[in-house]
Design a protein around this ligand. Structure first.
Ligand code: NI
Length: 172
């Protein structure tokens, strides 16, 4: 396994649509393992392939709250198949937008279809943090960031803050 570099806004690759995976092979399984390792090291609860510059519909997640009992999810070509009318607000963050958080309203429950690392198809229902995380990560595959749900003013403020923080980091 290997740690991959996480892209930070405003990297243009974070705004692009990703291609579906056509064959689940060792290369994809290696990618999933690298993404999980990178996500846990960050640390984060979700990571989409475009965040490490791989433009494929691949996502990893772990929303378990006990860190000694990991519940990794490896998702290939994940898609939302239904969503509830009821909405929920969560304060979201993103490894590509470090140290910035904002409230985002999304459907409270969703159904998701995906393939696992063996190419087997699954359908799950999710609510709570998992539902939010699923929607946030699938958005990444379509070049959508949580800041796209905010006003332009707020979005630009967040991007400026991130750029400032990155500069301080580099010169430190
Ligand atoms: Ni994110």
């Amino acid at each position: 396994m290997a740690l991959r570099e996480i892209l930070i806004v405003p990297d243009p690759r974070l705004k692009k649509e990703c291609a579906a995976v056509t064959e689940v092979n060792d290369e994809i399984r290696q990618l999933l393992d690298d993404m999980l390792e990178t996500m846990y090291a960050a640390p984060g609860i979700g990571l989409a392939a475009p965040q490490i510059g791989v433009m494929k519909r691949v996502v990893v997640m772990d929303v378990s709250d006990e860190k000694d009992k990991p519940e990794p999810l490896k998702l290939i070509n994940p898609e939302i198949i239904w969503e509830s009318e009821e909405l929920a607000v969560y304060q979201e963050g993103c490894l590509s937008i470090p140290d910035q958080y904002a409230d985002v309203e999304r459907p409270a429950e969703v159904g998701m279809r995906y393939m696992d690392e063996n190419g087997k198809e699954h359908e799950i229902e999710a609510d709570g943090l998992l539902a939010t995380c699923i929607q946030h990560e699938i958005d990444h595959l379509d070049g959508v960031l949580f800041t796209d749900y905010l006003s332009a003013l707020k979005r630009n403020m967040i991007i400026k803050k991130v750029q400032k923080l990155q500069k301080t980091k580099k010169s430190a």
